[in-house]
Design a binder for this molecule. Sequence first.
Ligand code: GYE
Length: 325
Amino acid sequence: MISRRSFLTGVAATVAVGSLAACGKKNNGTGGGKTVTLGFSQVGSESGWRSANTTSIKDAAGAAGINLKFSDAQQKQENQIQAIRDYITQKVDVISFSPVVSSGWDTVLKEAKAAKIPVILTDRQVDADASLWVSLVGSDFEAEGERAAHLLEKVLGQSSGPVNIAVLEGTTGSAPATQRAAGFKKVMDASHPEWKIVASQTGNFTRDGGKQVMAAFLQSHPEANVLFAHNDDMALGAIQSIQAAGRKPGTDIKIVSIDGVHDGFVAMTQGQINAIAECNPLLGPQLMDTVKKVLAKQSVEKWIKTQESDFLAADAASALPNRKY
Ligand code: GYE
């Protein structure tokens, strides 16, 4: 494991949340009052990362004694907006959601604010007035894109020759897709004029999407010899297409992805994925902690960042037994 950090401190400004907290209610989430109800709208169930994130949230709510209302938006923003409106009608104590895309949230967030229900974002960011949400518990996706590019530098080592990169993008308009692409490009622009992105298209963060788009790339861009996948699941789908085309994933086409799910690690032990920038989905405990603090009117950081590491294939076998998702 290449040690690095991106944890908690620094960037985040501390905000006073009293005005947004559920004023006048007896329950404060710190024990003693009635049970706290959290309405949570999940993106969907598109990836291994997402399954681990959902399990973490459900388990942490149970452990914290929080009554969790959970809905799966199936990657559709309109479903999330509807779920949030339902939570407002139900007068939950706190609303949390992982926004499928970044834009288009102002109206519903204003409705939550008017109802005096605090909103805590988790995983993905929104492009909305920051006064409409209390805190974000999640990763720095731009840094992840930069880390993926630095991992590619290590994977390529001293090898010379063209670097023709195919990119499998995440869900169009989602914070991780936009920011991972930006972070990767930042490193390319600064240090690698010799790297060329020959194809870039969304695979919607799914295994099937990665498989299909990679099959098309292999036809239209046979010169591609690197794949940057915005998540492991798309890389895993792409591996199937690369093999079906008679080429060797990890050798003929070097692969770098993001997440670090179990199956991604297994593919690294087999030399099919060359490196992974971890994105930690186990956000449940920090989210429940933040819910309680907000209801207790304690100050919380505006962005509670997640701790993550980078892995090369050579590290995978020893790291695999300790992976938690
Ligand atoms: O990388 C991907 C999932 O928002 C960080 O969403 C998350 C991303 C994750 O579908 O696997």
